[in-house]
Design a protein around this ligand. Structure first.
Ligand SMILES: NC(=O)c1ccc[n+]([C@@H]2O[C@H](COP(=O)([O-])OP(=O)(O)OC[C@H]3O[C@@H](n4cnc5c(N)ncnc54)[C@H](O)[C@@H]3O)[C@@H](O)[C@H]2O)c1
Length: 321
């Protein structure tokens, strides 16, 4: 069984981009010593500033003690070499670029330098661990720990072992994630896209097709999620939602709506999510040019909303039923 009381230790975050720096914030907020490393010069150092900003946002929403920020930042560093980043660590969160060859090379370097007893999780979105850990001398301690962007604000993490991963490594990873406030779920066999991205792919396929087919505007599509399905989904899953949509619970819901849902799933409008014509159909009705400035500004807004939602969810736990 996973031990939810794993004490703070030392974590190395290898790859300090979008995901790595957010992981660093999550571990720093939970009292861990955090070491950031990146193959690109200057990236890990600049990520430290993002960690400080993330902790300040937490403090502004009552999720962290503002007076503890200097101590947390004193525990965070960007050592000058991979070997120094990995020396004596308890846990590694590999967060390098989503390219199979990069993952394979990074895995070799990390496996050789990390203490043999350290658990190593990869943030990979869709590359199963057996594709980049088979050759490693200590491959039994490797698994996927796939987050959602940004993990310091969205707690889910999908644990997916390779066939050779030691079950104890999965339990220990689960305990560590739980101890820093993440919500680990288990992918019981290696599956392309794990759970979350398979669900996301199904939704995006329909979203693009509905707009490209002229059924609705992108704005109304987004409203349908953020002012419709998404409101419930922030605290209930689709099975929990279905249970309450018919007086007799989930089997009753299936009797009433199952045939309709089966018909709609059997005949999707299109399979071309993110095809050039579909993207063009969305962009023709999009309110702003796609610039890095717009993305950065809107990301700041999103993170403030997510921080407030995190505070709300922490105050109001999931249904006990
Ligand atoms: N962005 C997302 O929405 C998202 C969500 C969940 C998981 N992920 C996964 O997280 C991982 C990182 O994604 P990201 O969005 O942070 O990408 P990113 O491009 O922002 O960051 C990747 C970083 O890895 C560094 N890097 C590349 N090779 C390296 C190596 N050998 N050693 C050390 N550093 C190296 C790069 O310099 C870069 O800074 C990917 O596997 C991705 O699939 C991304």
């Amino acid at each position: 069984m996973a031990d939810e009381t794993a004490a703070p230790g030392t974590v190395a975050i290898i790859g300090s981009g979008l995901i790595g720096r957010s992981w660093a914030t999550a571990f720093a907020a939970a009292g861990w010593q955090v070491r950031l490393w990146d193959a690109a010069p200057g990236v890990a150092e600049s990520a430290l500033g993002k960690v400080a900003a993330g902790l300040a946002d937490f403090a502004a929403h009552g999720l962290f003690d503002a007076q503890a920020i200097p101590d947390a930042m004193a525990r965070a560093s960007a050592p000058p070499s991979l070997a120094e980043a990995l020396a004596g660590v308890d846990f590694v969160q590999e967060s390098t670029s989503e390219v199979p060859e990069v993952k394979r090379q990074a895995a070799s370097a990390i496996d050789a330098a990390a203490p043999p007893e350290a658990i190593i999780c990869s943030s990979t979105s869709a590359i199963v661990a057996s594709r980049f850990t088979e050759h490693l001398p200590h491959r039994a301690r490797w698994l996927v720990g796939h987050p959602v962007n940004p993990p310091h604000l969205v707690p889910i993490v999908e644990l997916c072992p390779a066939p050779w991963t030691d079950p104890d490594a999965v339990d220990r990873a689960q305990a560590i994630y739980q101890s820093i406030g993440q919500v680990p779920v288990r992918v019981l066999k290696e599956t392309d896209g794990f759970i979350l991205n398979r669900l996301q792919a199904a939704l995006l396929r329909e979203a693009f097709a509905l707009v490209a087919d002229g059924v609705c505007s992108p704005d109304d599509l987004d409203k349908t999620i953020k002012d419709g399905l998404g409101l419930r989904w922030s605290f209930m899953g689709p099975f929990e939602t279905g249970e309450l949509n018919a007086p007799g619970g989930l089997p009753d819901y299936g009797k009433r709506y199952g045939e309709t849902l089966k018909r709609l799933s059997a005949r999707p409008l299109s399979n071309a999510a993110f095809g050039p014509e579909q993207v063009a159909a969305v962009m023709a009705q999009w309110p702003g040019a796609q610039t890095p400035e717009r993305v950065a500004e809107k990301t700041g807004w999103r993170d403030r909303r997510l921080t407030a939602l995190k505070a709300h969810k922490r105050a109001e736990p999931d249904s006990p039923l």
